[in-house]
Design a protein around this ligand. Structure first.
Ligand code: HEM
Length: 433
């Protein structure tokens, strides 16, 4: 099987300006043009090839049904250790070169693995993240949500919702889950932002910006040292939290290595934080723009689970993951060849006109809401139930206290082609009572 630098020939070629936008972190920071481009692709070229400067060519998968078809066949469409996110050629070469097992450029993340390793690692914590496993967390999460609302109240009638509330909330839940103290909060926040958004100058080190790589190694190194100490401490004194479960688990009869344990915490921390805060902020943004929706949900709290699902669809904070074909395969009448690279566009699938009525409308009463923001198939988000529970509890508390809501300025979005979403959300509100 070819793995890299494979040209794709004799196929529909996406117009250059659209292809450039699909790969551009800035386009997702701006949002409206990329949605015009994705809508054009869904209509005119639902499965085409993008040729973008400094990148190997890749298929752009824009349709909901095609992402599902790919997700159902993880042996045919693999995540592969390195090429699971879109990388420029220089970074791709650097990351694909042989390197020591514990090099920080090779975080052994669940999301990078393929069978059989993937199933072995996923099973370690699967039960803890299943609805039954997280049920007992309700009170702890509610207490953290109340802190967020108290923060809003303390700010008077204005706040910058992302910085003041949304960023801290899921992070505190993850810290609780991993059994880490609040004193680690600021450090974890900064590291996660660098890890996910190295192309956003507000978050990144300059080297990462230059190479356009998907994740910052400096951030990964700092996380590794921190988590090695955590593994040692949970082995010495297991406390029953998720970190203790990981630190004391075995892989093929051997204790999990420090590197694999660190990689696991890093994955949970990074995957479970920005995505959820961005979706929570996405809901508040939509509610601030739509007083009718705000009033409808405030008057009927049974709409909150629907609001949560719609906010996750609407925001689609994970912009893409890549897959690599292991065999030739016909998808939507096109011949995908072994070794071809595929870009799964979640924001596109989540506005697919074949699946969603009026996809550009925000509708908390949308039923069913079969969005793919959590991915699909073997790698479907491990933390999806936790994310939805966090957001449900947050909005139960929010509607209890917030009487009205509006924008106080222009929101901005993160400049990222991997995990994006709302970066700044200035709001004005009235607190009830
Ligand atoms: C709204 C919030 C979230 C969104 C939109 C989201 C999105 C995603 C997506 C799209 C994937 C699929 C990757 C693929 O197919 O290759 C994924 C995987 C994953 N997510 Fe989430 N996620 C969210 C919240 C969380 C939370 C709260 C946690 C944990 C605390 C978490 C942990 C994970 C992990 C560990 C994986 C890898 C699963 C695997 O490869 O088997 N996520 N997520």
């Amino acid at each position: 099987m070819a793995t890299q630098s494979q040209d794709i020939v004799g196929v529909p070629l996406i117009p250059a300006s659209i292809a450039a936008n699909v790969a551009s972190p800035v386009a997702y920071g701006q949002w409206s043009q990329i949605h015009e481009d994705l809508a054009w692709l869904r209509r005119e070229m639902p499965l085409g090839v993008a040729k973008v400067e400094d990148h190997d060519p890749f298929w752009v998968v824009t349709k909901h049904a095609d992402i599902q078809e790919i997700g159902r066949q993880p042996d045919l469409f693999r995540n592969t250790r390195v090429r699971k996110v879109l990388l420029n050629q220089e970074t791709d070469r650097m990351l694909s070169a042989p390197r020591p097992e514990d090099s920080p450029s090779a975080v052994n993340a669940l999301v990078s693995m393929d069978a059989p390793e993937h199933g072995i690692f996923r099973r370690l914590t699967f039960a803890d993240f299943a609805p039954k496993g997280i049920k007992g967390l309700d009170d702890q999460i509610r207490a953290i949500a109340r802190e967020g609302i108290a923060q809003m109240i303390a700010h008077g009638e204005n706040c910058e919702f992302v910085e003041d509330v949304a960023l801290r909330y899921p992070l505190r839940v993850i810290l609780e889950l991993l059994g880490l103290p609040r004193t680690d909060e600021d450090r974890m926040l900064r590291m996660t932002q660098e890890f996910f958004s190295p192309q956003d100058p507000d978050f990144s080190d300059s080297a990462a910006e230059k190479t356009g790589r998907a994740m910052s190694y400096d951030a990964a190194i700092a996380l590794k040292d921190f988590f090695d100490a955590l593994t040692e401490s949970r082995r010495a004194n297991p406390t029953g939290d998720v970190a203790s479960i990981i630190a004391n688990s075995t892989i093929n009869g051997e204790p999990i290595s420090h590197w694999d344990a660190a990689s696991y915490y890093i994955t949970i921390l990074t995957a479970g934080h920005d995505t959820t805060s961005s979706s929570t902020a996405g809901a508040v943004w939509a509610l601030a723009e739509r007083p009718d929706v705000f009033a409808a949900v405030k008057n009927d709290r049974r709409l909150i689970p629907g609001l949560v699902d719609e906010a996750i669809r609407w925001t689609s904070p994970v912009i893409h993951f890549m897959r690599t074909a292991t065999q030739d395969y016909i998808l939507r009448g096109q011949k995908i060849r072994a070794g071809d690279w595929l870009f799964l566009s979640y924001p596109s699938a989540n506005r697919d006109e074949d699946i969603f009525e009026a996809p550009f409308e925000f509708r908390p009463d949308r039923k069913p809401n079969s969005h793919l923001a959590f991915g699909y198939g073997a790698h479907v988000c491990l933390g999806q139930h936790l994310a939805k529970m966090e957001m449900r509890i947050f909005f139960e508390e929010f509607f209890e206290h917030v009487a009205s809501l509006e924008l106080r300025g222009s929101p901005t979005r993160t400049i990222s082609r991997f995990v994006g979403g709302v970066k700044e959300l200035p709001i004005r509100y009235r607190i009830a009572g």
